[in-house]
Ligand binder design. Structure first.
Ligand SMILES: Cc1ncc(C[n+]2csc(CCOP(=O)(O)OP(=O)(O)O)c2C)c(N)n1
Ligand SMILES: [Mg+2]
Length: 515
Protein backbone atom coordinates (compact mmCIF):
# COMPACT_ATOMS: atom_id res chain seq x y z
CA UNK A 1 0.00 0.00 0.00
CA UNK A 2 1.06 3.62 -0.47
CA UNK A 3 2.87 5.36 2.37
CA UNK A 4 0.08 7.95 2.48
CA UNK A 5 -2.50 5.23 3.00
CA UNK A 6 -0.41 3.57 5.72
CA UNK A 7 -0.29 6.84 7.62
CA UNK A 8 -4.02 7.52 7.33
CA UNK A 9 -4.84 3.95 8.37
CA UNK A 10 -2.77 4.36 11.52
CA UNK A 11 -4.15 7.72 12.59
CA UNK A 12 -7.00 7.97 15.06
CA UNK A 13 -8.67 11.05 13.66
CA UNK A 14 -12.43 11.36 13.01
CA UNK A 15 -12.49 14.18 10.49
CA UNK A 16 -10.01 15.68 8.05
CA UNK A 17 -10.23 19.27 6.85
CA UNK A 18 -8.47 19.55 3.51
CA UNK A 19 -7.36 21.90 0.77
CA UNK A 20 -5.95 20.15 -2.30
CA UNK A 21 -2.56 20.66 -3.88
CA UNK A 22 -0.35 18.58 -6.12
CA UNK A 23 1.94 17.45 -3.32
CA UNK A 24 -0.98 16.20 -1.21
CA UNK A 25 -2.69 14.12 -3.92
CA UNK A 26 -1.74 10.67 -2.51
CA UNK A 27 -2.95 11.79 0.91
CA UNK A 28 -6.28 13.00 -0.41
CA UNK A 29 -6.74 9.91 -2.58
CA UNK A 30 -6.03 7.72 0.46
CA UNK A 31 -8.57 9.60 2.56
CA UNK A 32 -11.18 9.01 -0.11
CA UNK A 33 -10.29 5.34 -0.61
CA UNK A 34 -10.40 4.67 3.11
CA UNK A 35 -13.78 6.36 3.49
CA UNK A 36 -12.48 8.94 5.97
CA UNK A 37 -14.67 11.90 6.83
CA UNK A 38 -13.39 14.75 4.64
CA UNK A 39 -14.38 18.39 4.61
CA UNK A 40 -12.87 20.52 1.86
CA UNK A 41 -12.90 24.23 2.65
CA UNK A 42 -11.25 26.27 -0.08
CA UNK A 43 -8.71 28.15 2.01
CA UNK A 44 -6.14 26.66 4.40
CA UNK A 45 -6.63 29.36 7.02
CA UNK A 46 -10.36 28.64 7.13
CA UNK A 47 -9.88 24.87 6.97
CA UNK A 48 -7.43 25.08 9.87
CA UNK A 49 -9.77 27.09 12.08
CA UNK A 50 -12.55 24.65 11.21
CA UNK A 51 -10.36 21.75 12.32
CA UNK A 52 -9.68 23.67 15.52
CA UNK A 53 -13.41 24.26 16.14
CA UNK A 54 -14.10 20.58 15.56
CA UNK A 55 -11.46 19.59 18.10
CA UNK A 56 -12.52 22.16 20.70
CA UNK A 57 -16.08 20.88 20.71
CA UNK A 58 -15.50 17.15 20.23
CA UNK A 59 -12.45 17.00 22.50
CA UNK A 60 -10.75 14.86 19.86
CA UNK A 61 -7.96 15.78 17.46
CA UNK A 62 -9.02 16.88 13.99
CA UNK A 63 -6.92 16.42 10.87
CA UNK A 64 -5.75 19.19 8.58
CA UNK A 65 -4.32 18.12 5.23
CA UNK A 66 -2.59 20.73 3.10
CA UNK A 67 -0.10 20.87 0.27
CA UNK A 68 3.50 22.09 0.19
CA UNK A 69 4.81 25.66 0.46
CA UNK A 70 2.00 28.17 -0.06
CA UNK A 71 -0.74 25.79 1.05
CA UNK A 72 0.99 24.90 4.29
CA UNK A 73 2.11 28.48 4.95
CA UNK A 74 -1.50 29.62 4.70
CA UNK A 75 -2.29 27.24 7.57
CA UNK A 76 0.19 28.78 10.00
CA UNK A 77 -2.31 31.16 11.60
CA UNK A 78 -4.88 28.53 12.59
CA UNK A 79 -2.14 26.12 13.65
CA UNK A 80 -0.55 28.78 15.88
CA UNK A 81 -4.00 29.64 17.26
CA UNK A 82 -4.59 25.98 18.16
CA UNK A 83 -1.09 25.74 19.63
CA UNK A 84 -1.65 28.70 21.94
CA UNK A 85 -5.01 27.35 23.12
CA UNK A 86 -3.86 23.72 23.47
CA UNK A 87 -6.19 22.30 20.86
CA UNK A 88 -5.29 18.84 19.52
CA UNK A 89 -4.77 18.68 15.78
CA UNK A 90 -2.85 16.53 13.33
CA UNK A 91 -1.49 18.73 10.55
CA UNK A 92 -0.22 16.84 7.51
CA UNK A 93 1.53 18.70 4.73
CA UNK A 94 2.21 16.88 1.48
CA UNK A 95 5.67 18.21 0.63
CA UNK A 96 8.05 18.25 -2.33
CA UNK A 97 9.90 14.93 -2.87
CA UNK A 98 12.87 14.25 -0.59
CA UNK A 99 15.32 14.69 -3.49
CA UNK A 100 14.05 18.28 -4.02
CA UNK A 101 14.46 19.31 -0.42
CA UNK A 102 16.65 22.37 -0.12
CA UNK A 103 16.79 22.85 -3.90
CA UNK A 104 14.50 25.89 -4.07
CA UNK A 105 12.02 23.83 -6.06
CA UNK A 106 8.80 25.58 -6.94
CA UNK A 107 6.51 25.57 -3.85
CA UNK A 108 9.36 24.49 -1.60
CA UNK A 109 9.93 26.08 1.76
CA UNK A 110 11.43 24.60 4.94
CA UNK A 111 8.16 23.72 6.64
CA UNK A 112 9.84 21.99 9.58
CA UNK A 113 11.40 25.32 10.51
CA UNK A 114 8.12 27.19 10.06
CA UNK A 115 5.93 24.81 12.04
CA UNK A 116 8.46 23.82 14.71
CA UNK A 117 7.74 26.78 17.03
CA UNK A 118 3.95 26.62 16.60
CA UNK A 119 3.47 22.89 17.08
CA UNK A 120 3.86 20.55 19.98
CA UNK A 121 5.94 18.21 17.85
CA UNK A 122 6.92 17.71 14.23
CA UNK A 123 8.19 14.80 12.15
CA UNK A 124 9.78 14.86 8.71
CA UNK A 125 8.53 11.59 7.24
CA UNK A 126 11.45 11.08 4.86
CA UNK A 127 11.37 7.28 4.83
CA UNK A 128 9.03 4.39 5.52
CA UNK A 129 10.30 3.94 9.08
CA UNK A 130 9.33 7.50 9.94
CA UNK A 131 5.66 6.70 9.36
CA UNK A 132 5.60 4.82 12.65
CA UNK A 133 7.28 7.75 14.36
CA UNK A 134 4.71 10.12 12.81
CA UNK A 135 1.87 8.01 14.19
CA UNK A 136 3.43 8.08 17.63
CA UNK A 137 3.74 11.86 17.45
CA UNK A 138 0.13 12.18 16.28
CA UNK A 139 -1.03 10.25 19.35
CA UNK A 140 0.74 12.82 21.48
CA UNK A 141 -1.46 15.59 20.09
CA UNK A 142 -4.32 14.65 22.41
CA UNK A 143 -2.13 14.09 25.48
CA UNK A 144 -1.72 16.91 27.96
CA UNK A 145 -0.39 19.43 27.19
CA UNK A 146 -2.47 19.08 24.03
CA UNK A 147 -1.56 20.80 20.82
CA UNK A 148 -1.09 20.46 17.08
CA UNK A 149 1.44 17.99 15.73
CA UNK A 150 3.00 18.62 12.34
CA UNK A 151 3.78 15.82 9.88
CA UNK A 152 5.86 16.87 6.88
CA UNK A 153 5.25 14.18 4.28
CA UNK A 154 7.26 14.29 1.02
CA UNK A 155 5.50 13.16 -2.12
CA UNK A 156 7.87 10.27 -2.88
CA UNK A 157 7.38 8.73 0.57
CA UNK A 158 3.60 9.18 0.29
CA UNK A 159 3.74 7.21 -2.97
CA UNK A 160 6.19 4.56 -1.82
CA UNK A 161 4.92 1.01 -1.45
CA UNK A 162 5.18 0.18 2.25
CA UNK A 163 4.33 -2.63 4.66
CA UNK A 164 1.75 -1.89 7.33
CA UNK A 165 3.24 -4.16 10.03
CA UNK A 166 4.78 -2.69 13.14
CA UNK A 167 2.85 0.56 13.22
CA UNK A 168 2.13 1.63 16.80
CA UNK A 169 -1.41 2.03 18.06
CA UNK A 170 -2.37 4.21 20.97
CA UNK A 171 1.10 4.65 22.29
CA UNK A 172 0.54 8.00 24.03
CA UNK A 173 2.95 8.78 26.79
CA UNK A 174 1.70 8.70 30.36
CA UNK A 175 3.44 10.77 32.93
CA UNK A 176 4.23 8.93 36.08
CA UNK A 177 1.94 9.63 38.99
CA UNK A 178 4.57 8.36 41.40
CA UNK A 179 5.46 10.79 44.10
CA UNK A 180 2.10 12.48 43.76
CA UNK A 181 0.68 10.95 46.95
CA UNK A 182 2.52 13.31 49.28
CA UNK A 183 1.42 16.38 47.36
CA UNK A 184 -2.15 15.14 47.10
CA UNK A 185 -2.22 14.46 50.86
CA UNK A 186 -0.92 17.97 51.48
CA UNK A 187 -3.56 19.57 49.27
CA UNK A 188 -6.31 17.44 50.85
CA UNK A 189 -5.16 18.55 54.30
CA UNK A 190 -5.05 22.24 53.32
CA UNK A 191 -8.47 21.96 51.71
CA UNK A 192 -9.92 20.33 54.80
CA UNK A 193 -8.51 23.06 57.04
CA UNK A 194 -9.57 26.00 54.89
CA UNK A 195 -12.63 28.14 55.57
CA UNK A 196 -12.68 29.91 52.24
CA UNK A 197 -11.37 27.45 49.64
CA UNK A 198 -11.51 28.16 45.93
CA UNK A 199 -10.74 25.84 43.04
CA UNK A 200 -9.57 27.57 39.87
CA UNK A 201 -10.00 25.60 36.65
CA UNK A 202 -7.80 26.62 33.72
CA UNK A 203 -7.55 25.50 30.13
CA UNK A 204 -5.08 22.82 31.23
CA UNK A 205 -7.81 21.16 33.28
CA UNK A 206 -10.35 20.72 30.51
CA UNK A 207 -10.19 16.94 30.58
CA UNK A 208 -10.74 16.87 34.33
CA UNK A 209 -13.31 19.64 34.66
CA UNK A 210 -16.24 17.28 35.07
CA UNK A 211 -14.45 15.37 37.81
CA UNK A 212 -13.62 18.69 39.48
CA UNK A 213 -17.25 19.79 39.22
CA UNK A 214 -18.49 16.59 40.83
CA UNK A 215 -15.97 16.87 43.66
CA UNK A 216 -16.71 20.57 44.24
CA UNK A 217 -20.48 20.05 44.25
CA UNK A 218 -20.20 17.20 46.71
CA UNK A 219 -18.20 19.31 49.18
CA UNK A 220 -19.76 22.67 48.30
CA UNK A 221 -16.48 24.24 47.23
CA UNK A 222 -16.71 27.27 44.91
CA UNK A 223 -15.17 26.81 41.46
CA UNK A 224 -13.80 29.73 39.48
CA UNK A 225 -12.38 29.51 35.97
CA UNK A 226 -9.87 31.27 33.81
CA UNK A 227 -11.59 32.75 30.76
CA UNK A 228 -10.25 29.96 28.56
CA UNK A 229 -11.19 27.29 31.11
CA UNK A 230 -14.69 28.73 31.41
CA UNK A 231 -15.14 28.76 27.63
CA UNK A 232 -14.16 25.11 27.29
CA UNK A 233 -15.83 23.65 30.39
CA UNK A 234 -19.51 22.87 30.08
CA UNK A 235 -21.88 22.23 31.65
CA UNK A 236 -20.76 24.24 34.66
CA UNK A 237 -21.44 23.06 38.21
CA UNK A 238 -23.91 24.82 40.52
CA UNK A 239 -20.92 25.94 42.60
CA UNK A 240 -19.42 27.88 39.65
CA UNK A 241 -18.68 31.53 40.39
CA UNK A 242 -17.69 32.42 36.81
CA UNK A 243 -14.34 33.33 35.34
CA UNK A 244 -11.69 35.61 36.79
CA UNK A 245 -9.71 38.30 35.05
CA UNK A 246 -9.83 41.57 33.24
CA UNK A 247 -13.37 41.04 31.94
CA UNK A 248 -14.16 38.53 34.66
CA UNK A 249 -17.22 38.05 36.85
CA UNK A 250 -17.21 40.30 39.87
CA UNK A 251 -18.00 37.26 42.02
CA UNK A 252 -15.04 35.32 40.68
CA UNK A 253 -12.59 38.21 41.04
CA UNK A 254 -13.73 38.84 44.63
CA UNK A 255 -13.45 35.13 45.46
CA UNK A 256 -9.89 35.10 44.12
CA UNK A 257 -9.03 38.01 46.39
CA UNK A 258 -10.72 36.63 49.47
CA UNK A 259 -10.03 32.89 49.44
CA UNK A 260 -7.76 31.49 52.14
CA UNK A 261 -6.78 28.49 50.01
CA UNK A 262 -6.54 28.48 46.22
CA UNK A 263 -6.15 25.25 44.28
CA UNK A 264 -5.22 26.28 40.73
CA UNK A 265 -5.66 23.38 38.31
CA UNK A 266 -4.16 23.75 34.85
CA UNK A 267 -4.18 27.53 35.27
CA UNK A 268 -0.99 29.54 34.86
CA UNK A 269 -2.21 32.40 37.07
CA UNK A 270 -1.18 34.90 34.41
CA UNK A 271 -2.11 38.55 34.64
CA UNK A 272 -5.10 37.94 32.39
CA UNK A 273 -6.58 35.89 35.26
CA UNK A 274 -5.18 37.65 38.33
CA UNK A 275 -5.67 41.22 37.05
CA UNK A 276 -7.58 42.19 40.18
CA UNK A 277 -5.22 40.37 42.52
CA UNK A 278 -5.00 37.14 44.45
CA UNK A 279 -5.48 37.37 48.22
CA UNK A 280 -3.06 36.36 50.92
CA UNK A 281 -4.28 32.75 51.06
CA UNK A 282 -2.15 29.66 50.42
CA UNK A 283 -1.80 28.83 46.73
CA UNK A 284 -1.32 25.31 45.37
CA UNK A 285 -0.83 25.00 41.62
CA UNK A 286 -1.02 21.89 39.44
CA UNK A 287 0.50 22.17 35.97
CA UNK A 288 1.56 19.52 33.50
CA UNK A 289 4.10 21.90 31.92
CA UNK A 290 5.25 25.49 31.87
CA UNK A 291 6.44 27.82 34.61
CA UNK A 292 4.76 27.92 38.00
CA UNK A 293 3.45 31.18 39.40
CA UNK A 294 5.57 33.01 41.97
CA UNK A 295 2.54 32.94 44.21
CA UNK A 296 2.35 29.14 44.26
CA UNK A 297 3.66 27.84 47.59
CA UNK A 298 2.96 24.23 46.61
CA UNK A 299 3.85 23.32 43.04
CA UNK A 300 2.69 20.03 41.60
CA UNK A 301 3.87 18.74 38.23
CA UNK A 302 1.05 16.48 37.10
CA UNK A 303 -1.78 16.00 34.66
CA UNK A 304 -4.86 17.51 36.26
CA UNK A 305 -6.82 14.33 35.53
CA UNK A 306 -4.41 12.23 37.61
CA UNK A 307 -4.23 14.79 40.37
CA UNK A 308 -8.00 15.22 40.71
CA UNK A 309 -8.54 11.48 40.70
CA UNK A 310 -6.06 11.07 43.55
CA UNK A 311 -7.47 14.04 45.46
CA UNK A 312 -10.98 12.61 45.36
CA UNK A 313 -9.63 9.47 46.99
CA UNK A 314 -7.59 11.28 49.63
CA UNK A 315 -10.01 13.96 50.74
CA UNK A 316 -11.63 13.17 54.09
CA UNK A 317 -13.24 16.53 54.88
CA UNK A 318 -16.94 17.27 55.03
CA UNK A 319 -19.19 19.71 53.19
CA UNK A 320 -18.12 23.34 53.41
CA UNK A 321 -20.23 26.41 53.97
CA UNK A 322 -20.55 28.09 50.58
CA UNK A 323 -18.71 31.23 51.56
CA UNK A 324 -18.85 33.23 48.33
CA UNK A 325 -21.52 35.92 48.00
CA UNK A 326 -22.77 36.21 44.45
CA UNK A 327 -22.77 39.65 42.87
CA UNK A 328 -24.81 40.87 39.91
CA UNK A 329 -23.10 41.50 36.60
CA UNK A 330 -23.75 44.91 35.03
CA UNK A 331 -26.14 45.45 32.13
CA UNK A 332 -25.04 47.99 29.53
CA UNK A 333 -26.81 50.48 27.35
CA UNK A 334 -25.01 49.33 24.20
CA UNK A 335 -26.70 48.20 21.00
CA UNK A 336 -24.10 45.47 20.41
CA UNK A 337 -24.45 44.15 23.96
CA UNK A 338 -28.25 44.14 23.79
CA UNK A 339 -28.46 42.47 20.38
CA UNK A 340 -25.97 39.79 21.43
CA UNK A 341 -28.03 39.05 24.54
CA UNK A 342 -31.16 38.78 22.41
CA UNK A 343 -29.35 36.57 19.91
CA UNK A 344 -28.31 34.26 22.71
CA UNK A 345 -31.90 34.02 23.84
CA UNK A 346 -33.70 33.93 20.49
CA UNK A 347 -31.41 32.16 18.03
CA UNK A 348 -31.86 28.70 19.57
CA UNK A 349 -28.09 28.31 19.41
CA UNK A 350 -26.24 26.42 22.13
CA UNK A 351 -22.65 26.67 20.96
CA UNK A 352 -21.00 30.02 20.33
CA UNK A 353 -17.86 30.93 18.41
CA UNK A 354 -16.25 34.30 19.07
CA UNK A 355 -13.72 36.34 17.16
CA UNK A 356 -11.45 39.18 18.22
CA UNK A 357 -12.67 42.75 18.37
CA UNK A 358 -15.11 45.03 20.11
CA UNK A 359 -18.15 42.87 19.38
CA UNK A 360 -16.37 39.91 20.95
CA UNK A 361 -15.62 41.96 24.05
CA UNK A 362 -19.33 42.75 24.25
CA UNK A 363 -20.14 39.08 23.71
CA UNK A 364 -17.93 38.16 26.67
CA UNK A 365 -19.89 40.63 28.80
CA UNK A 366 -23.17 39.20 27.51
CA UNK A 367 -22.09 35.60 28.16
CA UNK A 368 -21.91 36.37 31.86
CA UNK A 369 -25.69 36.68 31.94
CA UNK A 370 -26.56 33.01 31.89
CA UNK A 371 -24.90 31.39 28.85
CA UNK A 372 -24.50 27.66 29.49
CA UNK A 373 -22.97 26.07 26.41
CA UNK A 374 -19.44 25.81 25.06
CA UNK A 375 -17.68 28.91 23.81
CA UNK A 376 -14.95 28.85 21.18
CA UNK A 377 -12.63 31.75 21.80
CA UNK A 378 -9.13 32.19 20.31
CA UNK A 379 -7.86 33.65 23.56
CA UNK A 380 -4.16 32.82 23.37
CA UNK A 381 -3.34 34.35 20.00
CA UNK A 382 -6.37 36.69 19.74
CA UNK A 383 -6.92 35.74 16.13
CA UNK A 384 -9.27 37.91 14.07
CA UNK A 385 -11.21 35.85 11.51
CA UNK A 386 -11.46 32.78 13.74
CA UNK A 387 -15.16 32.71 14.48
CA UNK A 388 -16.89 31.74 11.24
CA UNK A 389 -14.59 28.87 10.23
CA UNK A 390 -14.28 27.61 13.82
CA UNK A 391 -18.07 27.58 14.03
CA UNK A 392 -18.13 25.32 10.95
CA UNK A 393 -15.96 22.78 12.74
CA UNK A 394 -18.08 23.00 15.88
CA UNK A 395 -21.25 22.53 13.84
CA UNK A 396 -19.83 19.44 12.14
CA UNK A 397 -18.78 17.99 15.48
CA UNK A 398 -22.21 18.68 17.02
CA UNK A 399 -24.78 18.42 14.24
CA UNK A 400 -27.63 18.23 16.78
CA UNK A 401 -26.77 21.66 18.19
CA UNK A 402 -27.00 25.01 16.47
CA UNK A 403 -23.88 27.16 16.39
CA UNK A 404 -23.85 30.96 16.65
CA UNK A 405 -20.88 32.81 15.20
CA UNK A 406 -20.33 36.34 16.42
CA UNK A 407 -17.86 38.42 14.47
CA UNK A 408 -16.95 41.95 13.47
CA UNK A 409 -16.88 43.15 9.88
CA UNK A 410 -13.08 42.84 9.94
CA UNK A 411 -13.32 39.17 10.91
CA UNK A 412 -16.14 38.49 8.45
CA UNK A 413 -14.47 40.10 5.46
CA UNK A 414 -11.63 37.57 5.68
CA UNK A 415 -14.03 34.68 5.47
CA UNK A 416 -15.61 34.36 2.04
CA UNK A 417 -14.30 30.74 1.69
CA UNK A 418 -15.84 29.85 5.06
CA UNK A 419 -19.21 31.41 4.20
CA UNK A 420 -19.20 29.52 0.93
CA UNK A 421 -18.56 26.30 2.87
CA UNK A 422 -21.36 27.06 5.36
CA UNK A 423 -23.74 27.46 2.47
CA UNK A 424 -22.66 24.46 0.40
CA UNK A 425 -22.84 22.18 3.43
CA UNK A 426 -26.17 23.79 4.47
CA UNK A 427 -24.96 24.02 8.04
CA UNK A 428 -27.68 25.26 10.40
CA UNK A 429 -25.54 28.15 11.58
CA UNK A 430 -26.36 31.71 12.51
CA UNK A 431 -23.55 34.08 11.54
CA UNK A 432 -23.94 37.49 13.16
CA UNK A 433 -21.75 40.25 11.74
CA UNK A 434 -21.49 43.44 13.80
CA UNK A 435 -20.63 45.98 11.16
CA UNK A 436 -19.04 49.21 12.35
CA UNK A 437 -17.23 49.60 9.02
CA UNK A 438 -13.87 49.60 10.73
CA UNK A 439 -11.31 47.75 12.78
CA UNK A 440 -13.03 49.16 15.82
CA UNK A 441 -10.87 47.69 18.53
CA UNK A 442 -7.62 48.93 17.01
CA UNK A 443 -9.15 52.30 16.17
CA UNK A 444 -10.23 52.94 19.74
CA UNK A 445 -6.79 52.11 21.08
CA UNK A 446 -5.08 54.34 18.52
CA UNK A 447 -7.39 57.19 19.37
CA UNK A 448 -6.91 56.68 23.09
CA UNK A 449 -3.12 56.52 22.95
CA UNK A 450 -2.22 58.72 19.95
CA UNK A 451 -5.28 60.88 19.34
CA UNK A 452 -5.56 59.83 15.70
CA UNK A 453 -6.86 56.85 13.79
CA UNK A 454 -5.14 55.76 10.59
CA UNK A 455 -5.96 52.97 8.15
CA UNK A 456 -8.57 51.45 10.37
CA UNK A 457 -11.60 52.20 8.19
CA UNK A 458 -13.14 49.32 6.26
CA UNK A 459 -16.31 50.92 4.96
CA UNK A 460 -17.69 47.63 3.65
CA UNK A 461 -21.45 47.66 3.07
CA UNK A 462 -21.80 44.56 0.93
CA UNK A 463 -22.70 41.77 3.37
CA UNK A 464 -26.18 41.33 1.90
CA UNK A 465 -24.62 40.81 -1.52
CA UNK A 466 -22.05 38.43 -0.05
CA UNK A 467 -24.85 36.40 1.53
CA UNK A 468 -26.69 36.30 -1.78
CA UNK A 469 -23.53 35.38 -3.65
CA UNK A 470 -22.77 32.40 -1.45
CA UNK A 471 -26.42 31.40 -1.17
CA UNK A 472 -27.11 32.21 2.47
CA UNK A 473 -30.22 33.90 3.85
CA UNK A 474 -29.69 37.45 5.02
CA UNK A 475 -31.38 39.36 7.80
CA UNK A 476 -30.68 42.92 8.81
CA UNK A 477 -31.21 43.41 12.50
CA UNK A 478 -31.63 46.57 14.50
CA UNK A 479 -33.17 45.16 17.63
CA UNK A 480 -35.47 42.61 19.16
CA UNK A 481 -38.25 43.00 16.63
CA UNK A 482 -36.21 41.87 13.64
CA UNK A 483 -34.62 39.15 15.70
CA UNK A 484 -38.01 37.64 16.42
CA UNK A 485 -38.25 37.04 12.67
CA UNK A 486 -35.21 34.82 12.97
CA UNK A 487 -37.39 31.82 13.74
CA UNK A 488 -39.07 32.30 10.33
CA UNK A 489 -35.82 32.53 8.40
CA UNK A 490 -34.13 29.41 7.17
CA UNK A 491 -30.61 28.65 8.30
CA UNK A 492 -27.82 29.13 7.45
CA UNK A 493 -28.40 32.82 7.83
CA UNK A 494 -26.10 35.82 7.85
CA UNK A 495 -27.33 38.51 10.20
CA UNK A 496 -25.94 41.98 9.85
CA UNK A 497 -26.14 44.44 12.71
CA UNK A 498 -25.03 48.00 12.01
CA UNK A 499 -23.30 49.40 15.06
CA UNK A 500 -21.56 52.63 15.94
CA UNK A 501 -17.80 52.51 15.83
CA UNK A 502 -17.64 53.95 19.34
CA UNK A 503 -19.88 51.24 20.77
CA UNK A 504 -17.04 49.66 22.78
CA UNK A 505 -17.23 48.11 26.23
CA UNK A 506 -15.46 49.90 29.07
CA UNK A 507 -11.82 48.87 29.05
CA UNK A 508 -10.00 48.73 32.36
CA UNK A 509 -6.79 50.79 32.25
CA UNK A 510 -4.83 47.62 32.91
CA UNK A 511 -5.75 46.23 29.53
CA UNK A 512 -3.07 47.09 26.97
CA UNK A 513 -1.51 50.13 28.66
CA UNK A 514 0.63 52.28 26.37
CA UNK A 515 4.12 50.91 26.81
C1 LIG B 1 -5.42 38.00 11.93
C2 LIG B 1 -5.36 39.22 12.77
N1 LIG B 1 -5.02 40.40 12.20
C3 LIG B 1 -5.00 41.53 12.95
C4 LIG B 1 -5.30 41.49 14.29
C5 LIG B 1 -5.30 42.76 15.12
N2 LIG B 1 -6.70 43.09 15.45
C6 LIG B 1 -7.26 42.78 16.63
S1 LIG B 1 -8.86 43.24 16.75
C7 LIG B 1 -8.82 43.90 15.22
C8 LIG B 1 -10.02 44.62 14.66
C9 LIG B 1 -11.18 43.73 14.50
O1 LIG B 1 -12.10 44.36 13.65
P1 LIG B 1 -13.56 43.82 13.52
O2 LIG B 1 -13.55 42.39 13.23
O3 LIG B 1 -14.30 44.68 12.54
O4 LIG B 1 -14.13 43.99 15.00
P2 LIG B 1 -14.48 45.35 15.78
O5 LIG B 1 -13.33 45.61 16.72
O6 LIG B 1 -14.64 46.45 14.78
O7 LIG B 1 -15.74 45.03 16.50
C10 LIG B 1 -7.57 43.74 14.61
C11 LIG B 1 -7.21 44.23 13.26
C12 LIG B 1 -5.61 40.24 14.85
N3 LIG B 1 -5.89 40.10 16.14
N4 LIG B 1 -5.66 39.14 14.08
MG1 LIG C 1 -15.45 46.29 12.86
Amino acid sequence: MMGAEALIRGLRVDAYFTVPGRFAIPLNVSLKRLGARRIMIPDERCAGHAADGYARVSGRPAGLVVSAGPGALNATLPVATAFRDHVPMVVIAGDVPTRSRGSLAVEEVDLMKVFGPICKGSVYVDCEEEIAKALGAAEESAQAPKGPVFLDFPLDVQEKDVELGGLPKGRGSRRSTEGLEKEVEEVARLLEASKRPLILVGNGCVDAHEAVAEFAERYNIPVAYTLMGWCAAWPKPSVSVGFCGIRGFRTANSALQECDFLLALGARLSEATTAYGVGEGFVAQVLVEGPFSERAALRVRSKCEDFVKALRKSYRGGRKDFWVVREEEPLYDSKTFKVIRELMALSRCSVIALDMGQSTMWAIEALKHGWRGPVLYPGGLATMGFSIPAAIGAQLARPERRVLSITGDGGAIMNLPALHAVSTMKLPMVVAVFNNESYGMVRSKQLRDYGLASDVELGFKGFQKVAEAVGMRYLKVDGEEELRRLSLVEVPVLIEVEVEVDDAPPTPKKLFPKS
